[in-house]
Design a protein around this ligand. Structure first.
Ligand SMILES: [Zn+2]
Length: 352
């Protein structure tokens, strides 16, 4: 099991090697969480936190304050229960509102009720650790550090809607394709989180495919590091040291081992390839990407991929779904094919 955190491990490692105490601490906690994940989940279940309701279709959105504590203190004290008025704490309100926007996106666009499709109560905990520079989905709940340790701008982790939608989409993936978090299937897992992360942000802001900056976490990184965590349209250009390839010619082979430098076989590295395929397809079509290619990617994530799917399988499945949905040879069918062509992924001949 993997804890999906927003900060790319290669970036944290580089900062840690350059002497950042905060980056070192963030990595240390991430390593510990990986081992503790099941214990955290069990503790949450014992408290009745996050469990699906008896009646599907009612999703509570509640926020806890873990008060600078770490995993043994999760979820913390309930500070904003579902339906409560806003709190005096900005982080609490941002965690609440951005989770609500993500829930509304999945409900309104895809008739999906919550992360699991059955109304799983959404739990967020803010103020994790001391200036902790990460946010993550544990498999059961969202957890936010305050940032401000040299990687993220203070407060940016709860403020960034696409970051939050990215993390919550790891939950959607966990309940659907459950893509294995290593190498190409892991890079697809990361990419689906970026795809729905940007779509939630575009829809909330009324931003069409042509006007979107296609940046994930724009303004969240410390400005000394760069403008964003990832660029979906121009992978490798988001921050200094961004090592994302833009197509298969530059695919980065890394071992899927326990060494954090290898990023589970490059899941945050090679995700640039399917990210760009999506962005290119969306831009070729214009209009609102959540209404054009978004539904194609959603159908593929929830219904068409094996857990071990490779890029070629995702290409074949999205092209097939675009053909079924919009017609063979339609603009949409051509645009999706063109997106994968641009990144030099050859679809598997028989996707089923
Ligand atoms: Zn992720």
């Amino acid at each position: 099991m993997h804890v999906c955190a927003i900060a790319p491990p290669s970036l944290l490692l580089r900062l840690a090697e350059a002497g950042s105490e905060s980056a070192r601490e963030t990595l240390r906690v991430s390593e510990r969480l990986r081992g503790r994940r099941l214990a955290v989940a069990r503790a949450l279940r014992e408290q009745g936190v996050g469990v699906p309701p008896d009646r599907p279709g009612v999703t509570a959105n509640s926020v806890y304050d873990v008060g600078g504590g770490e995993e043994s203190a999760l979820p913390g004290t309930l500070v904003r229960a579902d339906g409560d008025p806003p709190s005096a704490d900005t982080a609490v309100n941002e965690a609440h509102d951005n989770a609500a926007a993500t829930l509304a996106f999945y409900r309104d666009e895809f008739a999906r009720e919550s992360i699991d499709g059955r109304g799983l109560d959404l739990v967020s905990s803010v103020h994790f650790g001391q200036r902790y520079d990460n946010a993550f989905w544990t498999g059961e709940q969202m957890v936010y550090g305050d940032g401000g340790g040299g990687t993220f701008v203070a407060g940016a982790l709860t403020r960034s809607l696409d970051v939050i939608a990215h993390e919550l989409t790891h939950g959607v993936t966990q309940y659907t394709a459950n893509l294995v978090y290593e190498s190409q299937s892991g890079a697809l897992n990361e990419s689906f989180s970026d795809v729905f992360g940007i779509l939630v942000k575009q829809r909330a802001g009324g931003i069409d495919a042509a006007s979107s900056d296609w940046l994930i976490g724009e303004g969240a990184l410390d400005p000394a590091l760069g403008k964003a965590l990832r660029s979906m349209l121009a992978p490798g250009t988001a921050f200094s040291g961004d090592d994302q390839p833009a197509d298969m010619d530059a695919y980065v082979e890394l071992p899927a081992d326990d060494d954090p430098r290898n990023d589970n076989g490059g899941v945050h590295v090679n995700s640039g390839i399917p990210n760009r395929a999506f962005a290119e397809a969306a831009r070729a079509l214009g209009g609102n990407a959540w209404e054009t290619v978004g539904p194609v990617w959603y159908a593929v994530l929830t219904d068409r991929l094996r857990a071990t799917a490779q890029f070629a399988d995702a290409a074949a499945a999205t092209i097939a779904v675009a053909g079924e949905r919009y017609g063979e040879g339609s603009r949409e069918h051509d645009a999706v094919r063109g997106g994968w062509d641009a990144v030099k992924v050859v679809p598997t001949p028989d996707p089923r």
